[in-house]
Design a protein around this ligand. Structure first.
Ligand SMILES: [Zn+2]
Ligand SMILES: [Zn+2]
Length: 366
C-alpha cells in the first residue's frame, strides 16, 4: 500500500475523502493504523466552522484515537515501549516541546497548538494529523500508551479523550474525594466519564442532570455509578438542595455544551466548592452567577483536555472492568459517512440512545 485515505474537512460542513502518500518513517517517529476514531462534541464545532480549526483547512479532524502500530522507528519504539502490531491509544496533544507551556509540562496547552484533530493543517507534511482516516502520523513527541489486546478498540477509543478527561476534570481539578457530593450536568460521553471518575474517587452522592430526552443516557449513568438522576428544569436546584440537606455539592461539572445550563449548574456548588466548566459552546459568551460564586468563594475552573497522569489512571480504570465502558460506543460510521456521524452527534440531545459515535476506517461504507 502506498496511499492512505482520510476524511478531510475542506470547508465548513464539507468533507472530502482524500488519498495521501504513506509517510516514510525514520528512527524517531511512527505510523498508526487507525482502528477507531471517536467523534467529540468539539468536532461538531470544528465541522460547523465555529472554532479556530477553520484557519487550518483543509484539516483532518479526530483526536479520540485507538489503533495498532504499523511502523515504528528504532528510537521511538524504545521510548514509547511499543512494537509493530501493538494496540495503543494516543493522546490528543503532543506539544512543540519548546514553548513556555510545554516546558512547564502542560503540553496539552502548547502555545503552538501541536496536537491532533484540526490543530495542524492537512497541508502540512506528512498530512496525517487527524484520526478520521486509515492512518495517523506519530511524530517523535506523540504521547502513546500501549493498552494491550485485552482492551478492545471500542473501549480503547474512549480512554484517552473521554475517560481521562473525566479523571482530570473531576478528580485532579475538581478535587472530588471520598464521601463527596458530585453533580454532573449533561449525560453525554463526557458526563458519563465524569460520573465514572466521581464514583472511582469514592464520591458518596453522584447526581446526573439531563433532559427529558436523555432517559437511556441517564439509565446508563446509573450503571456507571450515578446515585441520582434529575431532569433539567426550574426545580433542578431545589432538588439538589433537597438531596443534600441544603448543603449543595462539593463539585459541580457542566459538560452540556449548552450556553444556558452553566448559570444553573454554578448555583449548585456549596460554599468553598468547585465549579468545573467543560462544555464548549458556539455562543460568544456564557452567563454565570458571578456574585454568588464570589460570595461562596467557589473555585471556578475551565477545562478541555487530558494529560499523561489522567490517561494512565483511565487505562487502569478500563482494565479494572468495573464500569460498562464497552457499551459507550453506540453508533459506527465509515470514513465516507463522516458527515452523517457529525450530524448524529450534533443532534444527539434529541435522539436518546446515542452515546458515543465512532468512525471505523475499515468500514468501506456502501
Ligand atoms: Zn474531544
Ligand atoms: Zn509547545
Amino acid at each position: 500500500m502506498t496511499a492512505t485515505t482520510s476524511a478531510v474537512l475542506v470547508a465548513p460542513e464539507t468533507f472530502e475523502l482524500r488519498d495521501f502518500p504513506i509517510p516514510s518513517i525514520g528512527e524517531n517517529d511512527g505510523l498508526l493504523r487507525m482502528e477507531l476514531s471517536g467523534i467529540c462534541g468539539s468536532d461538531v464545532l470544528h465541522w460547523g466552522g465555529h472554532s479556530a480549526v477553520g484557519r487550518n483547512l483543509p484539516a483532518i479532524l479526530g483526536h479520540e484515537i485507538v489503533g495498532r502500530i504499523e511502523q515504528v522507528g528504532q528510537n521511538s519504539a524504545k521510548r514509547w515501549g511499543v512494537a509493530v502490531g501493538d494496540r495503543v491509544i494516543v493522546e490528543a496533544s503532543f506539544g512543540c516541546g519548546l514553548c513556555d507551556l510545554c516546558l512547564r509540562g502542560s503540553y496539552q496547552m502548547c502555545a503552538q497548538g501541536q496536537g491532533y484533530g484540526g490543530r495542524i493543517s492537512a497541508g502540512v507534511t506528512p498530512h496525517l494529523w487527524g484520526a478520521y482516516g486509515q492512518h495517523l502520523y506519530l511524530p517523535s513527541r506523540a504521547r502513546l500508551h500501549r493498552v494491550g489486546d485485552a482492551i478492545p478498540p471500542e473501549v480503547g477509543v474512549v480512554i484517552g479523550a473521554v475517560l481521562a478527561n473525566g479523571v482530570r476534570w473531576v478528580q485532579t481539578i475538581g478535587g472530588a474525594g471520598i464521601g463527596d457530593t458530585v453533580v454532573v450536568f449533561g449525560p453525554g460521553p463526557q458526563g458519563l466519564a465524569a460520573v465514572i471518575a466521581a464514583h472511582a474517587a469514592g464520591a458518596e452522592r453522584i447526581v446526573i442532570v439531563g433532559l427529558s430526552g436523555d432517559r437511556a443516557r441517564l439509565g446508563f449513568a446509573r450503571d456507571c455509578g450515578a446515585t441520582h438522576t434529575l431532569s433539567f428544569d426550574e426545580h433542578t436546584l431545589e432538588a439538589i438542595a433537597d438531596l443534600t440537606g441544603g448543603r449543595l455539592a462539593h463539585v459541580v461539572i457542566d459538560v452540556t455544551g449548552s450556553a444556558t445550563s452553566p448559570a444553573v449548574a454554578a448555583e449548585a456548588v456549596r460554599p468553598l466548592g468547585t465549579f468545573v466548566m467543560a462544555g464548549s459552546t458556539a455562543a460568544a459568551s456564557v452567563k454565570l452567577p458571578w456574585n454568588e460564586l464570589v460570595r461562596k468563594e467557589v473555585r471556578a475552573h475551565g477545562v478541555n483536555s487530558h494529560d499523561q497522569p489522567a490517561v494512565r489512571a483511565a487505562i487502569a480504570l478500563a482494565a479494572s472492568r468495573r464500569y460498562p465502558l464497552e457499551r459507550m460506543v453506540t453508533h459506527r460510521f465509515s470514513l465516507g459517512s463522516a458527515r452523517d456521524a457529525l450530524s448524529l452527534v450534533r443532534d444527539a440531545a434529541s435522539s436518546d440512545g446515542v452515546i458515543k459515535a465512532v468512525i471505523d476506517p475499515l468500514d468501506q461504507g456502501d
